[in-house]
Design a protein around this ligand. Sequence first.
Ligand SMILES: [Zn+2]
Length: 80
Amino acid sequence: MANAKIVPLRPHLVLARPGQDGPVSVDWDEGRRMYVAACERCTETLLTERLDQAHGWADEHRCDPELVALLTEILDRRAA
Ligand SMILES: [Zn+2]
């Protein structure tokens, strides 16, 4: 019988929220063994061992308007 392989649960959620703030994705990082919550708009990231903390951060996260403006400018320049 083959060795059992433990496959960790890999949640991937994108919490889309209306308004100015970007969607936050929550992923399991197998290498670091931590949850990674990342804003897809301003790229702010939180590493945590707790999924509920990642979700809490996603709920409370507010984009930094200056950072978003800067990123938009960089992306616009690359697209041009
Ligand atoms: Zn953000």
